[in-house]
Design a protein around this ligand. Structure first.
Ligand code: DHB
Ligand code: MG
Length: 230
């Protein structure tokens, strides 16, 4: 009993320390401005699920975009436009950000969020099924960075398109590739199967160098980061 309660106290202290570290890093390196906060409020009011990336993940996307000298960025799955704002802001003037969204109502919400965040000059929302829209992007390729954060069953197909639409040195990022470790077990549903297959492919495809990083608020989910080899 004493043992259990002291173990519990240690775990609680560790969780508290992790939250404090996350807050300190966010405050110093990834503070949200009014544009990002507006996007969060509007998405919540519209009833969208609160499953957007964290501010630290947003800053990492910006850092990766700058590292590969991104002029053109593609996002698959817009949600409320939060990650899109982070990504569009990493572009130089004249850069292009395209995000694909299946839901026309959500797409309008995202356009409004982009306007409020002052990125409408470079950020565009295209409405439709990603698997229908992706083939039409070939004339606009190569993209320097692709961010995949949409429905999970087609993740392997999205990876295939990301490889077609990028160049050597491009970076491909996918969200939700860990799922509390379930992504590495025998998949229980189509979504998990898509993610499991995505992980297998990026780990073994000779065209890529890849790593999964646990980095959401509670370190149970995170990004796959892949670089297209030169
Ligand atoms: C889900 C989807 C996401 O992209 C995410 O970041 C978290 C959860 C979901 O469909 O449950
Ligand atoms: Mg996600």
């Amino acid at each position: 009993m004493t043992n259990n309660s002291s173990e519990l106290a240690i775990l609680q202290q560790q969780a508290k320390t992790r939250r404090q570290i996350e807050a300190a890093i966010t405050q110093r390196f990834a503070a949200e401005d009014e544009g990002l906060q507006y996007a969060l409020r509007a998405a919540k009011q519209a009833g969208l699920p609160e499953i957007q990336i964290s501010p630290i993940q947003g800053k990492l996307l910006q850092l990766l975009a700058v590292a590969c000298n991104a002029q053109k960025i593609l996002e698959i799955g817009s949600l409320g436009g939060y990650s899109g704002i982070w990504l569009a802001r990493a572009l130089p003037s004249g850069g292009r950000f395209i995000t694909l969204e299946i839901n026309p109502t959500h797409a309008n919400l995202v356009r409004n969020a982009f306007a409020r965040a002052n990125v409408s000059d470079r950020a565009e929302v295209r409405v439709g099924r990603a698997l229908d829209l992706l083939p039409k992007l070939e004339s606009e390729a190569p993209f320097d960075l692709v961010f995949i954060d949409a429905d999970k069953p087609p993740y392997p197909q999205y990876l295939g398109w990301a490889l077609r639409l990028t160049r050597p040195g491009s970076i491909i990022v996918a969200d939700n590739v860990i799922r509390s470790g379930k992504a590495f077990e025998e998949p229980g549903d189509e979504g998990m199967a898509g993610i499991a297959e995505y992980n297998k492919r990026i780990a073994s495809d000779p065209r890529l160098m890849s790593l999964d990083i646990a980095m959401d608020e509670d370190y149970t989910d995170g990004f796959a980061i892949s670089v297209v080899r030169r």
